[in-house]
Design a binder for this molecule. Sequence first.
Ligand code: SF4
Ligand code: SF4
Length: 87
Amino acid sequence: METALLPISRPALGSGGITGTWRTLKPVVNLAKCIDCGICWLYCPESVIDWEKGQKIKIDYTYCKGCGICAHECPTKAIEMVPETGL
Ligand code: SF4
Ligand code: SF4
């Protein structure tokens, strides 16, 4: 008997579209605190965090909505949400 495959969600990159200028906060990663766990990559609803074990994570700000979920889920608090104007 065949076993049914579990459904897997695969969100497209930046599924919410290009962000534009309305975002007020953006995530900035402190790589010194990052333990390379990939949790931010897993939780980002826009799928805009580029992570691969052994490589520094990168965030695509063109599509990032500034929701802060990555910062909230990061176990080492390596991601800080900073004002757009503060960069
Ligand atoms: S969740 Fe935090 S510690 Fe883990 S990869 Fe992302 S930034 Fe690094
Ligand atoms: S702030 Fe939200 S959209 Fe932007 S990288 Fe973090 S989880 Fe993804």
